[in-house]
Design a protein around this ligand. Sequence first.
Ligand code: 5GP
Ligand code: MG
Length: 177
Amino acid sequence: MNGNIKLKTLITEKQIKQRVAALSREISAHYSGETLMIVGLLNGSFIFLADLVRQLNQYKLHLIVDFMRIYSYGSNTVTSGKPTLCQDVTIDVKGRHILIVDDILDTGHTIEYVIQYLSAFKPLSLRSCVCLDKTGRRQANVQADYVGFTIPDVFVVGYGLDYDGRFREIPDISILS
Ligand code: 5GP
Ligand code: MG
């Protein structure tokens, strides 16, 4: 069905579930009693973000959820390295605690761009949370405050991550080859 495309599981659904629960404990401890505005980066973050906010629901913090869309990839597996804003947040970030949520931190150009962009609107604080971190591929000088899993330099799909729009619905994170 997938032609020559092969998928090999890297992180299972069960591992993801446990890690998201741990991340939400960490996040809730930091923002306890506060209002936190989650800014998800579309499209890749949608499943991770949905799981994360439902875990955060059990803790003592108030959430606001909004999204941005940043374009940096074509339909291939090589980054263009130059992020462009396609869709802005619709809620004012000024004076709020902001947590940027993305699927994966790769070269870091996307998160670097979003941090610079949102900083200009004077949030009270600005942190980032990514499901995956390919530390070996970093070009920009950025780190995420919350990381689900550190992974090697492989192209992954599933759990919201796509290849040419496909495979986002797969519950595991798999290596594509
Ligand atoms: P960066 O700007 O950090 O290089 O890349 C961030 C974006 O590139 C991610 O939000 C994601 O959309 C895409 N990306 C980076 N690595 C992968 C990968 O292994 N698989 C998929 N599907 N997307 C990736
Ligand atoms: Mg993305």
